[in-house]
Ligand binder design. Structure first.
Ligand code: HEC
Ligand code: HEC
Length: 234
């Protein structure tokens, strides 16, 4: 009864062209149990008021939402988005119309790469790491690797500041700067920074490990050559 009233209230606040039916269906099936029929949240999830299209698209397209279990491990990117692209589009438009907020930023990856690098070093590197593999930012918090985020997700993360990440306003990083950062990040994708052993932990220990592996390989080859010479000599 109350739920029906809240749904009706949510309806009433929608602009006339909002995709009520299908978008509301996806929201009701996959989101309302935690975020509430009125998007105001509850014990299982926060309010979505003000997240806008940028927030909804980021959390859904990166597979963070819909969470399987409330609060547990939701601050992680899923392997795949759980919803189909069509469902994502519908629910993002529904959330954006019922809980207005920042739009999905428009971003193109043909900006100034060098400026992008400088912006990254200044604003992002201390958390996501010079190699963008991510790293620890406190006792339990973790900044993820940036090897999978799309250009749009990068721009959304900058604007909404998910989880422990700060939000950057247009005064701090303007539209052109968004393009520059996106350009730099995508240009790094193909570089050696993301090639290597799939050791996800990052930091000093695995890097030391690479050193040891390299040293061991060198020693092995040195030995192989040396013993080869030995045989030829005799
Ligand atoms: C099982 C419960 C659950 C379900 C289902 C769920 N969410 Fe969430 N959602 C959460 C929790 C808990 C958080 C807070 C995560 C955090 O802060 O790390 C959250 C966070 C979010 C945020 C970020 C809010 C903010 O203030 O930054 C958005 C946007 C969001 N969810 C959208 C959705 C959408 C859209 C759906 C449906 C497709 C959905 N969620 C389904 C529990 C859920
Ligand atoms: C204070 C540390 C911090 C800073 C500074 C920071 N981030 Fe983040 N970033 C995080 C954390 C933590 C998350 C994960 C948030 C979550 O899922 O709850 C994240 C998530 C992201 C994601 C989503 C990655 C994915 O695939 O899911 C992107 C993209 C991103 N950050 C880009 C940036 C960029 C670009 C900058 C600089 C303009 C930046 N971040 C600055 C901590 C930080």
């Amino acid at each position: 009864m109350l739920a029906a009233f809240l749904v009706a209230a949510a309806f009433a606040s929608l602009p006339p062209d909002a995709p009520r039916g299908a978008g509301l269906d996806v929201y009701t099936s996959y989101c309302a149990s935690c975020h509430g029929a009125d998007l105001r949240g509850g014990p299982k999830g926060p309010s979505l008021r003000g997240v806008g299209a940028a927030g909804a698209d980021f959390w859904v397209s990166t597979g963070r939402m819909p969470a399987a279990v409330p609060w547990l491990q939701v601050a992680h990117r899923g392997q795949q988005p759980y919803l189909t692209p069509e469902q994502q589009d519908l629910v993002v438009r529904y959330v954006a119309s019922a809980a207005p907020g920042p739009p999905i930023p428009r971003v193109i990856a043909n900006g100034d790469r060098e400026r992008g690098r400088a912006l990254f070093e200044q604003n992002c590197m201390h958390c996501h790491g010079a190699d963008m593999r991510g790293g620890s930012i406190g006792r339990v918090d973790w900044a993820p690797s940036l090897d999978r985020a799309t250009v749009t997700q990068v721009a959304e993360a900058i604007r909404i500041g998910p989880g422990q990440m700060p939000r950057f306003s247009a005064h701090q990083i303007d539209g052109a700067a968004l393009d520059d950062v996106a350009t730099y990040l995508t240009s790094m994708r193909g570089s050696t920074h993301f090639v290597g052993f799939p050791i996800r932990a990052g930091g000093a220990v695995p890097e030391g490990l690479y050193g040891w592996l390299a040293a061991a390989a060198l020693a092995f080859f040195a030995f192989a050559f040396w013993s080869g010479d030995e045989k030829r000599d005799t």
